[in-house]
Design a protein around this ligand. Structure first.
Ligand SMILES: O=C(CO)[C@H](O)[C@H](O)COP(=O)(O)O
Ligand SMILES: [Fe+2]
Length: 240
């Protein structure tokens, strides 16, 4: 039996706007607007000026936007080192999913368990040059795999095409895992995702699409999200 994902087996697509490109002066309103425009998750980028060369937002901002997000998941992407101390803080602040980079944790298995123990879903993030071997022995502790399609630290960068074969490899691993009875694992892509490349990213196996500048950089959020969904549908129908 083939273990390669067929388009029919891909989970429904989710759009996760990154608030890194939102107007920080009115974040609550931005979050409400983007959800009303059809977003599924809110992607929350945490940078520490140590693991990555930029400094952004922390648990207090997560807590502040939580009432504006309603039932939608807050998808926290930690680009911080070390990781563990922030996990309980983000869980308390209303995070739904917490993902981290394996290079930033001394004990990856322990950090994944810590996230689940605090009632959140756990994700592992792979930089463009990070090998997939990191997921080999922790598949049962993963709810999400996040592939970086840029080097982390900044919004508005160009999508790295080397992400596509890597995506196909992760899709194959996840499908194999689930065929063996494992829990579902979401496959998210982050960096340089736009309406004009989202179809090939979908065809390679992604189910969750982070987009910052491609949504918040436009005046009509609903039009940007609809254009992305239309491209995803096209990709699915082309391969059906
Ligand atoms: O994690 C990130 C950067 O490290 C951001 O989520 C990502 O860059 C989104 O922004 P854009 O869609 O503009 O590339
Ligand atoms: Fe991110």
């Amino acid at each position: 039996m083939s273990v390669i994902a067929t388009p029919q087996s891909l989970p429904p697509a989710r759009i996760a706007p990154s608030i890194l490109s939102a107007d920080f002066a009115c974040l609550g309103e931005e979050v409400r607007n983007v959800l009303a425009a059809g977003a599924d998750w809110i992607h929350f980028d945490v940078m520490d000026n140590h693991f990555v060369p930029n400094l952004t937002i922390g648990p207090m901002v997560c807590e502040a936007i939580r009432p504006h997000v309603g039932q939608a998941p807050i998808d926290v992407h930690l680009m911080v080192e070390p990781v563990d101390a922030l996990v309980p803080m983000f869980a308390k602040a209303g995070a739904s999913l917490i993902s981290f980079h394996p290079e930033a944790s001394r004990h990856v298995d322990r950090t994944l368990s810590l996230i689940r123990d605090h009632g959140c879903q756990a994700g592992l993030v792979f930089n463009p040059a990070t090998p997939l071997d990191w997921m080999d022995h922790v598949m049962d502790k993963l709810d999400l795999v996040l592939l970086m399609s840029v080097n982390p630290g900044f919004g508005g960068q160009k999508f790295l095409p080397s992400t596509l074969p890597k995506l196909r490899a992760v899709r194959q691993r996840i499908d194999q895992w689930m065929q063996q009875g494992g829990q579902p694992i979401a496959l998210e892509v982050d960096g340089g995702v736009k309406a004009d490349n989202i179809a090939e990213i979908r065809a390679a196996g992604a189910d969750t699409f982070v987009a910052g500048s491609a949504i918040f950089g436009q005046s009509d959020y609903a039009a940007s999200i609809s254009a992305m969904r239309a491209e995803i549908l096209k990709a699915d129908s082309l391969q059906a």
